[in-house]
Design a protein around this ligand. Structure first.
Ligand code: SF4
Length: 439
């Protein structure tokens, strides 16, 4: 039985490697390993892949650029005047790889719902090589848009959690799995990478909040935490691999911190890992206090990102009440007072939310400029199955329309207006850099 686990390429206007890792697929790898089932692994987005003809150097905290080539835009996107790219290893490298093998099963993972063109591409190549290979598609896109996913010429769409993969394989395939495992027993199989600079891990699943634009609670309806031993085992594996940077994909790392973050990170501090810790999924500003800062100060920290969203109380209340201006102010002040470099405090804000005025965005940017922290502008786009998706479903003719780079232009600001706002962000961030560089 020959099995391949596959992370497909990405088609988008822009894409940068902020520790992008196919975590779900690495959990499936761990499950197969525990069941003593052999498989191969092909990651189009691996920036250290031996199949790359040229490697981009790492930039800050082991982030970096992906290999890219110009791509043809689907005709429904023609109106949007920005070049389109295909990111990841070349089609040819994948063709050469699979044409020498005869896979019985290919597991494909997926992330953003507007990245399905990468899946279409790999499915076509797999079919060209061997029509009878069974293709199983899982991941975020499969879970949020299963009906659309079924149109991609795959054999199965797996819409469940890793915990349910055993039942799925027993009922639908001839893969000889012997035992079911829960996430608690599995460790993302990063050791399948020959060389790895960075990794992403999870210590919890889901989020107790219900923001109207967010699909986290749809993807994981229960908020749960992984046992500390499991998290430490994940980190021990990464320490053995001598990686430079770790980030946490948790969406609510600081929630009930007395039970989770504080005791867990005290253990992490005691282990004296040598890698850098990054918090790339915006932390809740509400929970940042002296106890959290005390842990941060004892770790080697790269990036700390904060989920600011906006400083407008009207917008914050409308979207889900996850923080207030006072909480944001307090968290930033505390970090700065304790010597954290504002250039590495990434404050995520949103552009294009329903009911937002341009003024709201400008005021939020001005507030962060004065604090001298880094502004990261995220363009809003409605994620399928969320409350805000319902609001725009009539103008979303295709999942490609939910691309964050274009959605705001579809219903709100012109491309020029967006570019003007982005220029202001660049200017403010440049000022912040200069402030720190000049002492
Ligand atoms: S707090 Fe963050 S992860 Fe949780 S629902 Fe809101 S946006 Fe999503």
């Amino acid at each position: 039985m020959r099995i391949l686990l596959l992370n497909p390429p990405i088609y988008d206007f822009t894409c940068y490697d902020y520790w992008l890792k196919p975590l779900g697929l690495l959990y499936i790898a761990s499950f197969l390993k525990k069941n003593k089932i052999e498989f191969e692994f092909f990651d189009f987005m691996d920036r250290n892949s031996p199949f790359l003809e040229k490697k981009h150097k790492n930039r800050f905290f082991s982030t970096g650029k992906f290999r890219k080539e110009k791509a043809e835009k689907n005709e429904i996107l023609e109106w949007f005047k920005r070049p389109y790219f295909r990111y990841g290893l070349s089609k040819k490298s994948f063709y050469d790889f699979i044409s020498k093998k005869n896979f019985d099963y290919v597991f494909i993972t997926s992330m953003m719902t507007y990245w399905y063109e990468g899946i279409e591409e790999v499915v076509k190549t797999i079919r060209e090589v061997n029509r009878s290979t069974k293709i199983i598609l899982g991941g975020v896109y499969a879970k949020l848009l299963p009906e659309h996913a079924k149109t991609l010429d795959v054999d199965f769409v797996f819409t469940n959690d890793v915990d349910k993969i055993y039942d799925f394989l027993i009922n639908n395939t001839s893969i000889d799995v012997k035992k079911s495992y829960s996430m608690y027993d599995l460790i993302p199989a990063y050791d399948f990478y020959k060389k790895l600079d960075s990794a992403a891990i999870l210590t919890q699943l889901g989020c107790p909040y219900r923001c109207k634009y967010c699909a986290v609670s749809i993807l994981n309806d229960k908020f749960s935490t992984l046992p500390f031993e499991n998290v430490l085992e994940q980190l021990d594996l990464l320490a053995k691999m001598e990686i430079n940077d770790v980030t946490f994909y948790d969406d609510s790392l600081l929630f009930r911190k007395e039970k989770h973050f504080l005791p867990l990170f005290k253990k992490i501090v005691d282990k004296r890992y040598t890698f850098r810790f990054n918090f790339s999924n915006g932390l809740h500003v509400r929970y940042i206090d002296d106890s959290v800062i005390d842990i941060f100060k004892r770790l080697n920290i790269g990036m700390i990102s904060l989920s600011v969203e906006s400083i407008s109380s009207r917008l914050l209340e409308e979207t889900g009440n996850k923080n207030t201006l006072q909480e944001t102010k307090k968290a930033i002040d505390l970090l700065l007072k304790n010597g954290f470099d504002g250039r590495n405090i990434f404050c995520y804000i949103l552009l294009g939310l329903p009911y937002e005025d341009k003024e709201d965005v400008m005021k939020t940017m001005e507030f962060l400029r004065k604090k001298r922290v880094r502004i990261v502008l995220n363009e809003f786009s409605p994620v399928p199955k969320t409350v805000y998706f319902q609001k725009y479903k009539d103008i979303i003719k295709d999942p490609l329309f939910t691309n964050k780079t274009l959605f705001t232009s579809l219903y709100r600001y012109s491309q020029n207006q967006i570019q003007e706002i982005k220029n202001v962000v660049k200017l403010f961030n440049r000022e912040t850099n200069e402030y720190y560089e000049n002492g």
